[in-house]
Design a protein around this ligand. Structure first.
Ligand code: PRP
Ligand code: URA
Length: 209
């Protein structure tokens, strides 16, 4: 079964609190998405494998650690995941980036795919799939279906806010995926929005409403 890690770090809780406030500006909201993503990624990357590497300091030869293997790939779900990816790339600037375009049909709440572009060697990489909101779970499940259909198996999902309904749906659909959550909220409303939530993440990042 999936591990679900809900972050308890005070910085994450503080910053998500500011994001929830409807009076927070687009500019500040956008910066906070990247900052909180970076902090969640710090936890989500904790168990990456390390390998030894021989180097020389200015004084002596020594052995240091580096992240093992073909390394990392960040995959934002468009649109709102893009700014999470920006934050993560501050910490691991050499990670490759894939993009998955999905939006929710406003009536059915079913995800609609419109774009997918992934690095050619993505199956050899640890994939960090990112989207600020896990509501019904439909978008995250569809994105992981899509990644698995392309032969990708090492996937972690990172979000800022999750509804219990979305966590359950994602755990049931993909029990092998670990889920990293900034804050777990109370429930979905009748329109599939997370309560108390922060509203529509894409609209708040881009100022489209
Ligand atoms: C939001 C969000 C997720 C999805 C979550 O995107 O960024 O992708 O909803 O909802 P779900 O768990 O019920 O699928 P949206 O569909 O609003 O698209 P946008 O990012 O293009 O605005
Ligand atoms: N998508 C969002 O952006 N916000 C929600 O509360 C639910 C889905």
């Amino acid at each position: 079964m999936s591990n679900v890690m809900v972050m308890d770090h005070p910085l994450i809780q503080h910053k998500i609190g500011i994001m929830r406030n409807k009076n927070t500006s687009t500019k500040e909201f956008r910066a906070l998405v990247a900052e909180v993503a970076m902090l969640i990624y710090y936890e989500a990357s904790r168990n990456l494998a390390l390998a030894d590497k021989e180097i020389e300091t200015p004084l002596v030869k020594t052995t240091v650690k580096e992240i093992a293997g073909k390394k990392l790939c960040v995959v934002p779900i468009l649109r709102a995941g893009l700014h999470m990816a920006d934050g993560i790339l501050n910490l691991t600037p050499n990670a490759k980036v894939g993009h998955i375009g999905l939006y929710r049909n406003e009536e059915t709440l079913e995800p609609v795919e419109y774009f997918c572009k992934l690095p050619v060697d993505v199956t050899e990489r640890e994939v960090f799939l990112v989207d600020p909101m896990l509501a019904t779970g439909g978008s995250a499940i569809a994105a992981i279906d899509l990644l698995k259909a392309r032969g990708i198996s090492k996937i972690r999902f990172l979000c800022l806010i999750a509804a219990p309904e979305g966590i359950d749906a994602l755990k049931n659909a993909h029990p092998d995926i670990d889920i990293y959550v900034g804050a777990q909220d109370e429930r979905l409303n009748e329109n599939g929005y997370i309560l108390p939530g922060l509203g529509d993440a894409g609209d708040r990042i881009y100022g489209t409403k």
